[in-house]
Design a protein around this ligand. Structure first.
Ligand code: CLF
Ligand code: SF4
Length: 504
């Protein structure tokens, strides 16, 4: 089986063969310069970039042309964070102004995406008018689009010409019998096609769209929603196909299905995968393609760094009153990018990684002897910049790192509710805390800058070690330090079976 040039360039392994396909692997090499340029500021296409760069989603596309059992676009709540949900729907003119204003207020902004609240390519005039406006007024911002793929072959050329450098296709199945359990109908050439017939059309269009975009040099990310009992056993097949067809990265995300969302899956009791189930499938799919592990399942009007949604600060009523010097904003963004790149280079040199081989984490072995018997999970509270700089009580999510004698790697993100969100949630603090502790199940330690007495006690009672000694360190350095120190302090005997036996 031949690999595409892009995939050859992002291969992480240096072994002679791929364990899944058995085919020979190229030695790791650097990304080609133009691809590196395209992804180095994109928070979703580069794991490293997500610590530093922000994106904005412009909610200009209200209509959709398929039905997904995990979606309900009627639901609108500012506290909701999942695709398809927005607070304001914008006209193209409003959307362009919003992107330019946000680009002045948040100089880390690097990507403008259209991801809903419906299907961007079911609203082609609004979508393309918006993309053209951004390309004209802020050519330094990269354009991004997320689609269900039904009309992708029709618009692939137009997207590539703009240029939209990054496209995400949501592909949940290759088998129409499985696809129809997720997408009960599609609207195709003026008719509603139901069941396997509709799913078949969707699947064919998605694959044709993927092929066309790859041929046109657009980087494609595949999103697949993992739904236990429906497509969980099928996702490796999806992964093999998208890898073969030249997708750049595969993002396997967990189903979100709660009854209060009013979705079919939420109301019918379909369960989401557990974090362990998700990691198992992601690991089984990793090999010849990068696997995204830092997705935040953003709203269709998200603003800011991933996981730090600042949408509420930029409602249209406020934006309409704001005057911005767009040229000055562009200069400021260029300065900020240079400063970030300088810092990234310094961090890499400090950690002994002279050259960044891939924007996706490789397993960098800790600079210590192999001491762990089992991989450990370490949770980190961060406000960005790749640092341990988050307060436990202010965290609405934790990055989960796996550390072992093989190295340190990000394996996921677990969301929670802020424990200290002001007087309004004081009455529910106990409940919020127990939910946060449950969210950290399976973790050995949590690293943060500060933590109150109550949460400290609750974590310890759950067997999770709170740690505030790695403040402002780069995350992987801090995780590695904790990995080395825990057995010596006796905090976790699982780390070192010899120590455990000696103390028994
Ligand atoms: Fe937006 Fe999507 Fe572009 Fe990113 S999100 S359109 S590729 S700029 Fe990113 Fe958000 Fe996950 Fe999407 S974290 S939901 S993968
Ligand atoms: Fe909702 Fe997107 Fe599915 Fe349309 S394609 S139904 S907007 S999740």
């Amino acid at each position: 089986m031949g690999l595409t040039p892009i995939n050859e360039m992002i291969l992480g392994g240096s072994g002679p063969t791929c364990s899944r396909t058995g085919c020979a692997r190229s030695p790791r090499r650097e990304l080609a310069g133009d691809i590196r340029e395209k992804i180095k500021h994109h928070p979703c296409f580069s794991e490293e970039a997500h610590h530093h760069y922000a994106r904005i989603h412009l909610a200009v596309a209200p209509a959709c042309n398929i039905r997904c059992h995990y979606c309900n676009r009627k639901y609108d709540c500012a506290n909701e964070t999942r695709p398809g949900v927005v607070s304001e729907r914008l006209t193209p003119a409003q959307a362009i102004k919003k992107a330019l204003v946000v680009g002045a207020a948040i100089p880390q902004l690097s990507v403008v995406g259209i991801a809903g609240p419906g299907e961007p390519l079911a609203n082609p005039q609004r979508t393309f008018a918006t993309l053209r406006g951004i390309a004209q007024h802020a050519p330094d911002l990269r354009l991004c689009l997320s689609t269900n793929g039904l009309r992708l072959p029709e618009y692939a050329e137009e997207l590539a010409q703009l240029p939209v450098d990054h496209v995400t296709i949501t592909m949940n199945a290759l088998d129409p019998a499985i696809g129809s359990q997720i997408h009960p109908w599609v609207f195709w050439h003026g008719r509603r096609l139901t069941g396997a017939r509709g799913a078949q059309v969707l699947i064919e269009q998605q694959q044709e769209g993927l092929r066309q975009l790859v041929r046109l040099g657009v980087l494609v990310k595949i999103n697949s929603v993992m739904i236990p009992g429906i497509n969980d056993q099928h996702l490796q097949e999806v992964n093999r196909l998208v890898t073969r067809e030249g997708a750049f990265v595969h993002n396997i995300l967990p189903l979100i299905a709660q009854p209060e969302h009013g979705t079919f899956f939420g109301l019918s009791g379909q369960r989401p995968p557990t974090p362990a189930e998700l990691t198992t499938v992601q690991d089984a799919c990793s090999g010849d393609i990068a696997i995204m592990r830092h997705c935040r399942q953003c709203r269709a009007d998200a603003v800011g760094l991933l996981g730090q949604d600042r949408g509420a600060e930029f409602d249209m009523a406020t934006i309409e009153t704001m005057e911005v010097d767009y040229q000055a904003a562009r200069r400021r963004r260029a300065e900020v990018r240079k400063a970030i790149e300088r810092k990234q280079l310094a961090d890499r040199q400090n950690s002994g990684m002279e050259v960044q081989l891939s924007p996706w984490r490789s397993k960098k072995p800790p600079q210590t002897p192999a001491i762990a018997a089992l991989p450990l999970l370490i949770a980190v509270a961060t406000r960005g910049e790749g640092l341990i700089n988050g307060h436990f009580g202010e965290a609405s999510e934790f990055l989960i790192y796996e550390v072992s004698s093989q190295g340190v790697r990000l394996i996921g993100v677990r969301k929670t509710e802020r424990y200290c969100a002001g007087p309004a949630n004081c009455a529910q603090r106990e409940e919020i805390l127990s939910r946060a502790v449950r969210a950290l199940e399976g973790c050995t330690a949590v690293l943060c800058t500060k933590i109150g007495f109550e949460p400290w006690r609750a974590l310890e009672a759950a067997g999770i070690v709170p740690n505030v000694e790695q403040v402002d360190l780069p995350i992987e350095q801090g995780v590695e330090a904790v990995y080395r120190e825990l057995p010596r302090t006796g905090d976790d005997q699982r780390l070192d079976p010899t120590a455990a036996m000696a103390s028994a």
